[in-house]
Design a protein around this ligand. Sequence first.
Ligand code: GLN
Length: 335
Amino acid sequence: MTMRLVASCVALVLVYSQAFAKQQPTDFQAVVDRAHAQFKDVKDGANADYIPILATVPSDMFGVVIVTRDGQVFSAGEMDYEFSIQSVSKPFTASLVMDQQGPAAVREKIGVEPTGLPFNSKMALELYAARSVNPLVNAGAIAAVSLVKADSEEDRWNQIHANLNAYAGRELPVLEEVYTSEYEESWSNRGIANLLYNYGRLYSDPEETLRVYTRQCSTGINTLDLGMMGATLANQGVNPVSGKRVLDAAHIPELLAIMATAGFYDESGEWMYSAGLPAKTGVGGGIVAVVPGKFAIATFSPPLNEAGNSVRGMQAIRYIAGELGVGLFGANKGE
Ligand code: GLN
């Protein structure tokens, strides 16, 4: 009798867990579809144009994807177009520095304080004693590139590229036209690199570092790649498809903490308030958000708001996080 009771309990649990396992993907797809449908016609914002070629990217492209820590993909809209990763590359190169030198080096040699200022702020360099401030603004990201242990410019780039490839799980192209367009107009970043060098907060040659940083930002990805890169962070540093470890799991909390506090520059507080997830944006139109231990949400949509963050991307991720109730501090409503 007892045995029969135990057996039927086990059967019940099995039926329930199978139903749950089946239900989850269906819900994810439905939520992704709704997010795409709801925001695809939003016309707010404008493409970045301080990198001239970015103004020519079709503004109506819009992709939304969830990639789970075990590699399941739920997508809607544009998944193939290769856009430039831009600042979304920054946490991934910070992770390379953490991997090579440990999180303490990032805190001491770059900094981990949000600036509350735009991503390209020169004033932040003067305001904060740390100068480079944090790895997700241009100054800190350029410093991170200079910290990669390398014996030549080519070696530095190869390591950064290999690291991005390992996160995405494929060999990513460099969009040479984007590189040229940005490097030719890099007066602001050149100023930042030189100032950092002057303050002893840049750790290799300024012009060489600037070239490698610009190449890093010109790396081409599609929406799915971005989802996979985030899923690798959600999966404690292991790419869900290749099974390759990219970052020591011990460093994931520090990396996600920087994304949570500085991923949206001077809009980071607003983002955490409404979406509750660590995330990173780029002026190419990409955003990746991470639900730690579970999945990533990635979006691509070129028009940006004043802070340089993708308008439709923010709306879609807030909506998905709200619907699934996955905000870090509880279920943000996505409003
Ligand atoms: N490459 C860009 C720059 O340095 C990246 C900025 C961004 O995506 N916010 O200005």
